[in-house]
Write a protein that binds this ligand. Structure first.
Ligand code: DER
Length: 223
């Protein structure tokens, strides 16, 4: 099975967590794109969606699912999103798609976070994937020095040779060389640093369930 087929398998499997009339929280990335394709097959049962990025909003609108502002919703039953890494507790590194801030906001609205991922995302300890951190541009170097003190090497994410600007108008640092053995404490600590908008550790907003695409089918991991 190709990685693309594994993503399609878990995108389809996530439908079992959608009840008729639901407002669905939708994440960002290539695996979520497969979930959106699957949503199209049951779109009459989906009342609306709350989206975590302009990219996902465009795809949802293209299949005719109304997209609501996050402020219009008090609670979602489910949020479906991918991950760059997920450990044995359901703690994740996210932000590879530069949508981590809105992803964490929409995840915080949901009773259940269903992570959909191919098996390459499962790790024992978070940190092999460079940790995305959304930052206020003027704080980028100060924050990079703080990561250096922890043994991390922060690089400013570029797009077409210029600093990538997120949906929120901020920049992203990708931090290499970290080994995050206590994700809850790490997320809380980095959140305190002036200029940090969002750190791509999802421990306080961890996954409830992970649908993991493997060569022998979909593994359902609960946390
Ligand atoms: O940016 C993100 O957080 C995405 O969800 C990312 O973590 C997963 O993207 P992928 O499904 O394209 O690997």
């Amino acid at each position: 099975l190709t990685q693309d087929e594994l993503k399609a398998m878990v995108g389809q499997a996530a439908l079992r967590y959608i009840a008729p009339g639901d407002i669905v929280g939708v994440g960002t990335g290539s695996t979520v794109n497969k979930f959106i394709d699957a949503l199209a097959t049951i779109k009459d049962q989906v009342r609306a969606a709350v989206s975590s990025s302009e990219a996902s909003t465009a795809r949802l609108q293209a299949i005719g699912i109304p997209v609501l502002d996050a402020n219009a919703v008090e609670q979602l039953s489910v949020y479906v999103d991918g991950a760059d890494e997920i450990d044995g507790h359901g703690y994740m590194i996210k932000g590879g798609g530069a949508a981590l801030t809105r992803e964490k906001i929409v995840a915080a609205l949901a009773q259940r976070f269903v992570c959909i991922a191919d098996e390459s995302k499962r790790v024992a300890t978070l940190g092999q994937f460079p940790l995305p951190v959304e930052v206020i541009p003027m704080a980028a170097q100060q924050i990079a020095r703080r990561f250096a003190a922890l043994g991390g090497q922060a690089t400013l994410r570029l797009k077409d040779g210029q600093p990538l600007v997120t949906d929120n108008g901020q920049h992203i640092l990708d931090v290499h060389g970290l080994r995050i053995t206590d994700p809850l404490a790490f997320e809380s600590a980095v959140n305190q640093w002036p200029g940090v908008v969002t750190v791509g550790v999802f421990a306080h907003q961890k996954a409830s369930v992970c649908l993991l695409g493997t060569a022998s089918g979909v593994e359902t991991l609960t946390y």
